[in-house]
Design a protein around this ligand. Structure first.
Ligand SMILES: Nc1ncnc2c1ncn2[C@@H]1O[C@H](COP(=O)(O)OP(=O)(O)O)[C@@H](O)[C@H]1O
Ligand SMILES: [Mg+2]
Length: 252
């Protein structure tokens, strides 16, 4: 592959005696939807936390666009163009969809707009927020309070809020959690449409969704990478079937 947008080498995070993430080397191609799957406790969320800077690694490196970003604080990583979602929802219920996105758009830019007239700055932020809502399929929901949105729409709003920060790479931790089939299908289409302009690292339990949307799949078990490959290769892999897919369909 050409130089990956994001790469890790030997990435490790211990919690006491437990290696939650152990020597993970990962290459995420620009423009790809790269899914990370694995049973509960495999280390998927910890991996995302290492990539977003929310956790510092015990060992190993992370590079983004060829730049070493290991252990940079989250706001620096965000400003470099990596946006993330959290497993628990981050939406302000009383604010409108547009206001939530405007807050998100503001948060990445930090002080970079301080010399610009405030009205122009406000307009730029609103423009980014509106574009993000459109891209997330929520254009018509802009004036609605977040509480008035359906569960599926609230998850779309979380993605819109990430898009408002204009990231090159989105880290999505179980965006389909708690969704029905129809809502999941809508989110699959939305994530598919983000690439190749944006790159996505997707953690997801819903195997139908993963196999529908991913260009590459990395399987983690016990903190380690078991295998990385195309969806076809992962589906056919004896090692993956034995260690994971064969053990029932709960997705872990
Ligand atoms: N802050 C923490 N302190 C101690 N152990 C943790 C912490 N976060 C995660 N773990 C442990 O690390 C392992 C991996 O967890 P996690 O990354 O959440 O897995 P996954 O997202 O794949 O379900 C689990 O055994 C979990 O209990
Ligand atoms: Mg998790």
């Amino acid at each position: 592959m050409a130089e990956p947008l994001l790469a890790t080498t030997g990435l490790t995070r211990n919690f006491g005696a437990l290696a939650a993430v152990a020597e993970v080397s990962l290459a995420v191609a620009a423009g790809a939807v790269h899914a990370v799957i694995g049973p509960n406790g495999a280390g998927k969320t910890t991996l995302i936390n290492l990539l977003s800077g929310d956790l510092a690694p015990t060992a190993g490196r992370v590079s983004f666009r060829g730049q070493d970003i290991t252990a940079l604080p989250p706001h620096r990583i965000s400003r470099l163009g990596i946006g993330r979602s959290y497993q628990k929802t981050n939406v302000f219920a009383e604010l409108t969809a547009l206001e939530n996105c405007m807050l998100a758009a503001q948060s990445r830019r930090g002080h970079s707009f301080q010399f610009v007239r405030s009205a122009a700055r406000e307009a730029a932020i609103q423009g980014r927020a509106e574009a993000a809502l459109m891209a997330a399929g929520l254009g018509s929901r802009a004036p609605m309070p977040a509480t008035a949105l359906s569960h599926g729409e609230q998850r779309q709003l979380e993605i819109a809020m990430i898009l408002a920060t204009e990231p090159a790479l989105l880290l999505l931790d179980e965006p389909m959690a708690g969704m029905g089939a129809e809502e999941s299908a809508r989110l699959v289409a939305l994530i598919r449409a983000l690439a190749p302009l944006r790159t996505v690292v997707l953690i997801e339990h819903d195997m139908d969704a993963v196999f529908a949307v991913a260009d590459r799949i990395t399987v983690m078990v016990g903190g380690r990478v078991l295998e990385t490959g195309t969806p076809e290769a992962i589906r056919a892999s004896p090692a993956v079937q034995t260690a994971y897919l064969g053990e029932g369909d709960d997705g872990g």
